[in-house]
Design a protein around this ligand. Sequence first.
Ligand code: SF4
Ligand code: SF4
Length: 294
Amino acid sequence: MKIITILSGKGGTGKTTLSSNLSVLLSKNKKIVVADCDSDAPNLGLALGIEEKDFTGIQKVQTNEKAIFDEDKCDGCKKCFKICNFGAIKWDDKKNRPIFDSLLCEGCGTCQLVCPKKAISLVKVNNGKIGFAKTNYGFNLYSGQLNIGSTGSGKIVSLIKEKAEKFAAKENIELMLVDSAAGVGCPVIASIQGSDFIVAVTEPTPSALYDLKRALRTVEHFRIPYGIIINKWDLNKGFSKKIESFAQRLKIPILGKISYDIKFVESLVNMKPVVEINLKYKEIFNKIIERINK
Ligand code: SF4
Ligand code: SF4
């Protein structure tokens, strides 16, 4: 199975819009599965007409641990309180005991290491969920999200991909499309690992180009071939030229340039990818697919 990942570096460049349109067109000629790995803002489903209630096979996931303590074993030495770097341990002067704040605890385990009474342990907590939904276009979308304030977005991305890959192996799926998280952190690394091709989406602004370059350094580390799409290129034609020169210099293929068009906003409002309602964009996105397949 071939894996194509859509990545952007900076958020808000139109990555999800591109993922929804490419997935709909790719599904016309291939058996595909889609993994929405933007677990902090998983809204590819909405762009494809899927609401939260449509997801099934929901599983709780545990991506990190939290410290708890046994009051009877504790002798009030304060070592844990002094060592926690995350402000997750307050001190109860009346009881002379620590108070653990599970929202702030990062599960680093330092307090457990320093506790002379072995009163602290780390427990796994349910802090997110993953599931899948069948889209109106015939393919399955796997998605997941962490509870607010939870850490472990890299792990949840790996779990979403794992689920989608298992399904793909069972159903002889030919292609998996991954909508990566934004940024360059753990969830992005987890998103691009194992990919055969990366579609890097950018827009003509200095911040988008800066973030794109950072994201591409990660891609290059994994030696995955990639190409660039300039979204909303006509909003700043001068800067789009700069992106094109940068790509030319480094021999990076430009897979396509997409104009700013209110139709994309309308398509998001109507939860229907623009290639389903507009022939011009169907052709533009089909050309992008041709270039990806070259
Ligand atoms: S596990 Fe780490 S973050 Fe959590 S309370 Fe202990 S020292 Fe603080
Ligand atoms: S380090 Fe252990 S014994 Fe000391 S205050 Fe914390 S929990 Fe109690």
